[in-house]
Design a protein around this ligand. Structure first.
Ligand code: G3H
Ligand code: ZN
Length: 286
């Protein structure tokens, strides 16, 4: 059934575990995430990013309606989250489109401007009954831009600033920059686990890891143990889908029906979803 992101996060936090949140671009992604979560027997978050809306000709509703319908018929709890929103117009479409949560991302702005803009978004979101996540420090690699040096000043999230930011904005969860980057195709990101434990001690709301595709399994396990409660994964599904479709078409150059290779791609994504949820499930905090 369709669930609320906030409820899934609260449940995960109580169990000292994490919820997996997968970015979806197409109906095949939506179906694969749900099938993979059903196989794992775990709740899941489906995320649509502002970038994905751009790919869908700038329209949120077609994919959102499909995701809502698929979620309603799922055998596990599925929540819809609008991810990396910068546009106020898109933000305002979230409640009517079935989303129970949003990530408002103006992390590229200087600290004071990020705080002021996020506080306005939080007031609006809470008035709508939406759960809202924001980002402080910048997890790089968005919009195809190269990831900045994660050791550069300002790139990592500062614990004292994070505490002040959460208190000043009222956000329900905070995305933190601790060494991951978006859109990595190798799993070589080294997280700063010492910084994560300081952030976890400083901040009273759940912490969110972005760019999780680039983090090796043991890094994800340690991140959940260290206080990450929502693990955002996008690129890993695209690697699985594209690799599978590429192999299928290479083996069968005569294929013309898209269902044949979309099916292969969808199955590969579902397997990856089940695998990642399994990694996180084994990672409860002690
Ligand atoms: O918000 C989405 C995630 O941060 C996805 O990042 O594509 O690098 O896994 P990724
Ligand atoms: Zn992200």
């Amino acid at each position: 059934p369709l669930a609320a992101t906030g409820a899934l996060l609260t449940r995960a936090a109580e169990a000292r575990s994490a919820v997996a949140a997968f970015n979806v671009i197409s109906l095949e992604h939506v179906e694969a995430v749900i099938t993979g979560a059903e196989a794992a027997g775990s709740p899941v978050v489906l995320q649509v990013s502002e970038n994905a809306v751009g790919f869908r000709h700038g329209r949120l509703l077609p994919l959102a309606r499909a995701a809502t319908a698929a979620a309603e018929h799922a055998r596990v709890d599925v929540a819809l989250h609008l991810d990396h929103v910068r546009s106020d117009d898109l933000l305002r479409q979230a409640p009517a489109a079935g989303f129970s949560s949003v990530m408002y991302d103006v992390s590229r702005l200087p600290y004071a401007e990020n705080l002021a803009a996020t506080a306005v978004a939080v007031d609006w979101a809470h008035a709508q009954g939406l759960w809202i996540e924001a980002e402080l420090g910048e997890v790089g690699g968005k919009d195809g831009r190269p990831a900045p040096d994660p050791h550069a000043p300002g790139a990592r999230t500062d614990p004292a600033e994070a505490r002040e930011f959460v208190a000043g904005t009222g956000v329900d969860a905070l995305a933190v920059a601790i060494g991951s980057a978006h859109a990595m195709t190798t799993r070589t990101a080294a997280l700063d686990h010492d910084l994560l434990s300081r952030l976890s001690a400083a901040v009273p709301v759940p912490l969110v890891l972005h760019g999780s595709s680039g983090v090796p399994d043991e890094g994800l396990v340690a991140a959940v143990a260290g206080g990450i409660a929502k693990v955002n994964v996008g690129t890993a599904l695209n690697i699985a889908m594209t690799g599978s479709v590429r192999r299928f078409l290479a083996d069968r150059p005569e294929a013309v029906d898209p269902r044949t290779y979309l099916d292969a791609g969808r199955e590969a994504m579902a397997r990856e979803v089940t695998r990642i949820i399994g990694v996180l499930a084994g990672a409860g905090r002690t």
